[in-house]
Design a protein around this ligand. Sequence first.
Ligand code: C5P
Length: 215
Amino acid sequence: MIIAIDGPAGAGKSTIAKKLSKQMGYMYLDTGAIYRTITLDLCNRHIDVENKELLAESLSEIDMEYTTDHIFLNGKIVDDEIRTESISQKTSHYSSKSEIRVFAVEMQRNISLNEDIVLEGRDIGTVVFPNADYKFYLTASEEERGKRRYKDMIDKGMDTTLEEIVDSIKKRDFNDKNREIAPLSKADDAIEIDTTSMTIDEVVEKMVNCIKGGV
Ligand code: C5P
């Protein structure tokens, strides 16, 4: 069973996907974390991503491992390191590169093999698993998404402002929606949920009802 969740930054995808996967007893895959970790590694190694040959070779050397609880790069947990504003912006740029997308999509499909799984990202229902059993597209107003992301960053002890976060979300959404390969878009058969004035539990309940009701 494959459940695909897509949507723009800060729509609540991670929290909701995590909760839904727990409730269903399924595995959870945060595909953004994969793109972020690839970006962190390429930045750490100062790889020129415009050099296609070098990029392909560098991707084959990445030592990354995804588990339900953590993401590891070269054996080290990088859960927090991949969530800085600087990595968010760079990831949005790097993830437009076809070599990086091919590498990341293959990894996502391998992890999902023989699993009941909830995946969240930007292109799950359109590209990674176009035949997913259930597809959801989560949205929320820009202001609400900014507030949520800002709270997350402050809770993590990061130094930022609401203005900076809203600006960053806008930039990322623009890049993600307008890139040539696998742009963020709602799959025709995805169920759209506007989470602006819903609690996390309400959204999860709505999804569970769709799944159990076989919608
Ligand atoms: O979901 P998250 O905000 O962590 O994703 C970080 C970035 O990774 C996104 O802004 C997007 O550029 C990229 N991404 C993607 N495809 C996915 C998941 C994330 O291009 N399936």
